[in-house]
Design a protein around this ligand. Sequence first.
Ligand SMILES: Cc1ncc(COP(=O)(O)O)c(C=O)c1O
Length: 440
Amino acid sequence: MKASIKSNEVLLAERIQHIPQGPFNIHPIFAKKAKGAIVTDVEGKEYIDFAGGIGVNNIGHCDEEVLKAVRDQIDQYIHTCFHVVMYEPYVELARRLNSLTPGTFPKKTMFANSGAEAVENAIKIARHATGRPATIAFEDAFHGRTLLAVSLTSKMKPYKFGFAPYAPEIYRIPYAYCYRCAFNLEYPSCELHCAYSLKEFFHTHISAENVAALIVEPVLGEGGFVVPPREYFKVLQKLCQDNGIVFIADEIQSGFGRTAKMFAMEHYEVTPDIITMAKSLAGGFPLSAITGRAEMMDHPQPGGLGGTYGGNPVACRAGLAVLDQFEKKDLLSRAEKIGKKVLETFKDFYDRFPSVGDVRGLGAMVGMELVTDRKSKEPATALTKRLIETCREKGLLMISAGTHANVIRPLMPLVITDEQLERGLLIIEESFGELHRTTA
Ligand SMILES: Cc1ncc(COP(=O)(O)O)c(C=O)c1O
């Protein structure tokens, strides 16, 4: 391919002509290069990246050590297919993830390509290991777009609408979304009714002995950066243990340092039976992982799991370099500092801008929910969109989240400098100020 001299506008017209609208786009710009926390478009404009490729670039764009590992690997071999000729990077990364993930029991890991595939495999393994059909999922959950994954996903438009019939035997309960409690209760006087209601659910919707798995995000990602109370997952896990249900933590967005621990479940002191990982696992290379109790992971027969590209050697080498960089650069401490700064700033916005309805966070996974009115809590979807557009015009890339797309969810690379972080937050502040003046 020749070096591009096409403008964003020309490329956008070509994109519209040749590519369907389904694979959506948030920003009408095309990348030329990206490094650390800066993305440069084809016209040479630089943006501070608060989106990180939707949580994929926790260690920053084009990390030097990842590049070195990848270059070394492609000089040796790129693909043999793990099912045909095995290779060490797959085994080594599995070994590292088995010891890194919560839980001291024997574990095994397999690899796939995307988050959705990790979720699909986790459910298949749980069904095989338990001999049961059903899965419990949550309102506002996001688990991907393949047919089983989208059946587990909650939001109708755009994810589910028009794609029915969905995979069967999926049952949904409310998440601990305290700002919008499904039971109209308040924490802590609610005594975690949302978690304990699962007991009754087993009488009214699905018998516990037919449930293979409960799959849950430790912090809702696409659902709006919702952080449940500390004891929530302990209650859910106990109900799973009492009923022989596999507890699956979907750490695809919350994992790899985003919450200032390697895995968000560590904050809750809960050890899932199976963990799904993807996104920041391999610094931008398509790789996902499923790590779980050895006896469960070993249950499906040879050939029952796998795929042509799963655990590609280049992606596994990138993953190994990512783990090294987390240690070398102490990115967990950095995530803690970033989270503190963002939370403080968003709380200040809450005090100054009436459209901020709620601010919440865990580590650097901090969300700001916008509403048209604090009393009615009506989602301010249009304002959120305008805020994101205004920020882009000023040189900051951001994305939204939430079932009503009214939550600002910063997913900046954890290698972002203090100056870039300050500048990005200032752009949000300025944009907010302008939008409040125009809507006042
Ligand atoms: C929690 C969670 N699970 C699953 C997925 C699906 O991952 P992918 O888009 O790689 O299929 C995502 C993606 O945003 C996610 O955040």
